[in-house]
Every structure is written in C-alpha cells, then in structure tokens.
Design a protein around this ligand. Structure first.
Ligand SMILES: [Zn+2]
Length: 349
C-alpha cells in the first residue's frame, strides 16, 4: 500500500495524467506564503505547501487547489479535513475543482481538501503525530509540534487576508448530524458571517461562541468573516451529503458575487439553539431516538451499561426540540457527546 502511494505521489509530481478532467495539472511545490495576486487571471493551480519533515524523513505538505477567475478578489478560502475523519467537505471540494472553470468565477477560490493529512491517513479526528485536535490550536506555532506547525502555516500562509473563510466539517466519525451552519455570536464580523450562514442554504443555522483555537474563531477575531457547516458523519462520504456541501459552496460564491445569480435557499431557515447531552459514565451506549425526530423534555435519548449489561446511566433531554446529532458508536468514555438536541428559536429573514 505504501509503495502504491509513493508511486501516485511520483506521478503527481511529474504531472502525468490521472483520473478526472483537471487532474493532469502539474503540482507546484511552494516554499513560502502563497502570493495569490501573482497568479495569472483565469488559471488553475494544484499546489503543495511543505510544512514539516517527519521522523522518517518524509515531507508533510498541505494540498491546495486555487482557481483564479476574472479578478483576484474576492478571495474565498474553503478548508476541509482539519479533522481527518470528516470526509464530505474533502470530496465536495474535489468535485467543485472538476466542475468549475476559472472563467466562470470572479475572484479567487482557494480549496484545502485535507488540511490535516496525518489525521486523514489514520482516519482519525486528531493527528496521531502528537494527538492534538487541530481545530483547537490555531493560530498555531511555527516551531511547535506537527499539528501546531500545520495550523501555523495554514493560517498565516494560506488563510490570512482572505475575504471569507468556509471551514467544512462533518461532526465526527462515530455519529451523524442534521446538516447545519455555525456562525459567530459575538464578533465584529458577526453580521457578515450570519448573512453568509443564511446564504449557504441549509435549513438550520446556529450562533455559537467558538472557543479559542478554532480556525473560524481566529479568523473572525482577525476581521475575516467565517462560517462552519457540519454535514455528514460516520467517517464516510455519500453523494447526497457532499451535494449539500457543493451547493453550499456555490451559494456562498453567489452571495459574495463570485458566481452570478442568487443563492438557492430552502423555504425557511431556522436559527436554533443547542443542548448537548454528554455521557455521565463510560460504557456501552445505545440510542433510543432517531436522527431528526422530535423529542420532549424528559424523553429517554440514550442509555449506558457496563460490559456485562448492568445499567450505568440514562440520558434524557431536558428540553423540547429535535435530535440534531446522535452517537452511533457504542463505545463511550465519560464526557463524550451522546446526542445534540436543537430547539428552533426564530425564522431568519
Ligand atoms: Zn470537525
């Protein structure tokens, strides 16, 4: 398997034809911060941005796809794969890369399909090099551990000075989620982010106080509007889920004036608040609700037993609402999220 991967990498570097309409583009290896304004108008670039040499001597690089359209601005940066087990954003980006021509857009579309390659290779949320969660270490550290270096170079070398950032997530590999978009609750760019969250075109949006260390938190504190959709789960990609991501990307581009036309929106977009339900005890989890189903305060959501079936905990929802995320992985540690209940609070106009 490793030999196959090495062979593919060599082929990419030599620019040989692969599958896909635009995958014969040569791979440009950049050594420093990307100067987007120097890229020719109406062009596409496949880039690799080396950030660290690993223990075995291999070079860790961030893959970047850049479509430069009829003008350099606005610059939209789409980042997927910060968590290695959230795959819908990754595949959606590759399909948008195949489908869009530079001539069709005004501005620069930058896509990072897999921001955390070691985590993706391992099929894990965290980077096995240092077991850090990349979405908690931004803006990173140039002389830190592997994840900290990835975050540093992604933020300072790729994302900084963007006009908008779309951080594409998929909840987690052990669970499924109702597609929704987060935007910042308290930020100088909250209104611009909220407007884009609505334009993304999912039925549910949520204003959230992003903790420090998240890419979108660092962006909004730097004055860059940003949103973070959650689509997918189970560590997989399926056509209907990545289609939502592709439509959302196109809607954001319409919203920013990069594509013609208006965003395609559902009949109503609800702002929701969330109640997260955590495991009181570790053990073996069984859910008692379906994703999307309505629940009332007091309804049993999940139960936890020990490995011989002795009951350890029953988890009930304290609020009315509907099930927005649910853990399907049976193994849980204390404090793991077992479910999320959404409560709609207003219809966005
Ligand atoms: Zn994530």
């Amino acid at each position: 398997m490793e030999q196959e991967r090495s062979g593919q990498l060599a082929a990419m570097r030599s620019g040989s034809a692969e599958h896909g309409v635009h995958s014969d583009q040569p791979l440009w290896v950049i050594s420093q911060r990307l100067e987007y304004e120097t890229l020719p108008l109406r062009s596409r670039r496949r880039l690799a941005y080396p950030v660290a040499t690993l223990a075995d001597g291999t070079t860790l690089a961030i893959p970047i796809l850049v479509l430069t359209g009829q003008a350099h601005r606005p610059r939209l940066i789409c980042v997927a794969g910060i968590h290695g087990d959230e795959h819908e954003g990754m595949t959606a980006q590759l399909e948008v890369w195949e489908e869009l021509e530079p001539d069709e857009i005004v501005g620069t579309l930058v896509m990072v399909p897999v921001a955390n390659p070691p985590a993706f290779r391992a099929g894990m949320r965290r980077n096995p090099e240092d077991m850090l969660d990349m979405n908690r270490v931004f803006p990173g550290n140039a002389s830190g551990t592997v994840t900290e270096r990835l975050a540093y170079h992604l933020f300072h070398g790729v994302v900084a000075e963007a006009d908008f950032v779309l951080s594409m997530h998929g909840w987690s590999s052990g669970a499924r989620v109702v597609p929704y978009v987060e935007y910042p609750r308290n930020s100088p760019v909250a209104e611009a982010s909220r407007a884009a969250a609505r334009a993304f075109g999912l039925e549910y949006v949520e204003a959230w106080d992003w903790p420090a260390g998240m890419l979108v938190a660092v962006c909004t504190r730097s004055g860059i509007p940003a949103i973070e959709p959650e689509i997918g789960g189970l560590g997989c990609t399926v056509p209907e889920q990545r289609a939502l991501y592709k439509q959302g990307m196109r809607n954001v581009m319409r919203h920013l004036g990069m594509l013609p036309g208006e965003p395609e929106l559902p009949a109503a977009i609800h702002r929701v608040t969330r109640q997260m339900l955590f495991a009181p005890s570790g053990g073996l989890v069984r859910r008692h609700v379906e994703l999307g189903c309505a629940v009332q305060a007091g309804d049993l959501v999940a139960s936890v037993t020990d490995l011989t079936g002795v009951p350890l905990a029953s988890v009930e929802t304290p609020i009315d609402g509907f099930v927005a995320a649910v853990r399907l992985m049976a193994s849980a540690s204390p404090g793991d999220c077992l479910a999320v209940i959404f409560q709609p609070v207003e219809v966005l106009s």
